[in-house]
Design a protein around this ligand. Structure first.
Ligand code: ASP
Length: 402
């Protein structure tokens, strides 16, 4: 299937999925298994892909002595863009004030276990890599692969077959992504229909959105400013690429991010399209994208800032300047701590709320529309990672394309 055909087929899939879920309501959940099948196929690749790609990228860069500078630029990019996103979130929510006059119900806190900053630190290293993989915890696997790659490279000629193994595995896995994508139009249609159906269909969902519509619109406005103005500007200034063309090449990945609400599940596709169509070096995509999928979440950070201040406004709390700084810092950390899976940001929002002493019950007020906002912020997360890979590719050109 040609690339354009696949893109349009996926777009039609989304439209069909929305229409079916809207009209059929609860009954649309009957097709959930088709969506799950597609999602599972993508997720199946994630663990082997993050390990092989990170090892490949690290050994290749370490062999040329560029690993340190690439890593520094990558983290500087993550930090700077996440920070800008949080500040945009704070600005829009402070100007629009969607929380004024909103009644916070006293619903139960729908959170499994509160996460704290110490938990984020703890999640970086896992005692058992297989248990981490089984739990879909990507970060400890990346940390292991990074160090393992450096150690492998230090092994000299004796390590060459092992390095070759990971490189060949990485190529094979990316080839598999292409095969799985053929099923994307149907898989995505089913995913969208089933989720809308679970929300009670179109009319029921519209009622929920209307109840906190201004909050919803505030998050969307913030995300749009970041996605359509800030990131494209960064792309133009630092890489001289056309944002329109760069984004169009990522069409399938962005739609998949929207329909799966998971940066990690989308990762195989993000890597393949950035390499194949945007022509980014294998090192840049293999290093920046897997790390970015778990660490760099501009959309999530922005949303957490808006959500926290919204809850403050609704509870009649005026956040001091100092408290707003705490929101900036904790929202940044909370987005780093959020896994690239659906609604992870809602869980780490607890960190922000606790840091400034806001009621956790506020979460129940934003819960109903979170599954949809999640999709928008995941799309921005994937877009931000891709722009980051382009920046690293362009600025580290000499190191990455010898
Ligand atoms: N679902 C988001 C992601 O995978 C994380 C979040 O909940 O904000 O990027």
């Amino acid at each position: 299937m040609s690339e354009r055909v696949l893109f349009y087929a996926i777009a039609i899939g989304v439209a069909v999925g929305v229409a079916f879920g809207w009209v059929a309501g609860e009954a649309a959940t009957g097709v959930a298994w088709i969506g799950d099948l597609f999602l599972n196929a993508l997720k199946m690749l994630v663990i082997p892909l993050v390990v092989s790609s990170m090892i490949e990228a690290v050994t290749s860069m370490a062999s040329r002595g560029g690993l340190g500078s690439v890593a520094r630029l990558t983290f500087a990019y993550y930090l700077a863009t996440t920070f800008i996103a949080v500040v945009i979130g704070l600005l829009v929510v402070s100007v629009i004030r969607p929380g004024d006059g909103v009644e916070l119900g006293s619903g139960a806190v729908p959170i499994i276990a509160a996460t704290g900053l110490a938990d984020i630190a703890r999640s970086i290293v896992a005692p058992n890599l297989f248990a981490a993989a089984a739990d879909f915890q990507i970060l400890p696997l990346l940390v292991f692969s990074l160090v393992f790659g450096i150690a492998l490279q230090a092994g000299g000629a004796a390590a060459a077959p092992a390095i070759g193994f990971f490189k060949a595995s990485n190529d094979a896995l990316l080839r598999m992504v292409g095969w799985i994508m053929v099923a994307a139009p149907v898989g995505i249609a089913a995913l969208v229909a089933a989720h809308l159906g679970k929300a009670g269909g179109g009319p029921a969902f519209m009622e929920e959105v209307a109840a906190i519509g201004l909050y919803f619109a505030t998050v969307l406005l913030g995300l749009s400013l970041h996605a359509f103005i800030v990131l494209p500007l960064i792309l133009i200034v630092l890489t001289r690429r056309s944002p329109r063309e760069f984004a169009a090449n990522l069409g399938e990945a962005l739609i998949t991010a929207f329909s799966t609400a998971s940066s990690s599940a989308t990762l195989p596709l993000t890597m393949r399209l950035n390499e194949e169509r945007n022509g980014l070096s294998e090192e840049a995509t293999s290093f920046v994208l897997p790390l970015g999928a778990t660490v760099n979440m501009d959309g999530t950070a922005l949303y957490e800032a808006v959500a926290a201040v919204f809850i403050a406004q609704a509870s009649g709390v005026d956040l001091t300047f100092g408290a707003q700084i705490v929101v900036v810092l904790t929202a940044t950390l909370a987005s780093v701590g959020a896994a690239g899976i659906p609604q992870a940001g809602l869980v780490t929002l607890v960190i922000v709320l606790q840091a400034v002493g806001l009621p956790l019950e506020g979460i129940s007020a934003i819960l109903a529309v979170d599954w949809l906002l999640d999709r928008f912020r995941t799309t921005v997360n994937v877009w931000g990672d891709s722009v980051g890979a382009a920046v690293v590719d362009a600025r580290m050109g000499a190191t990455l394309h010898p």
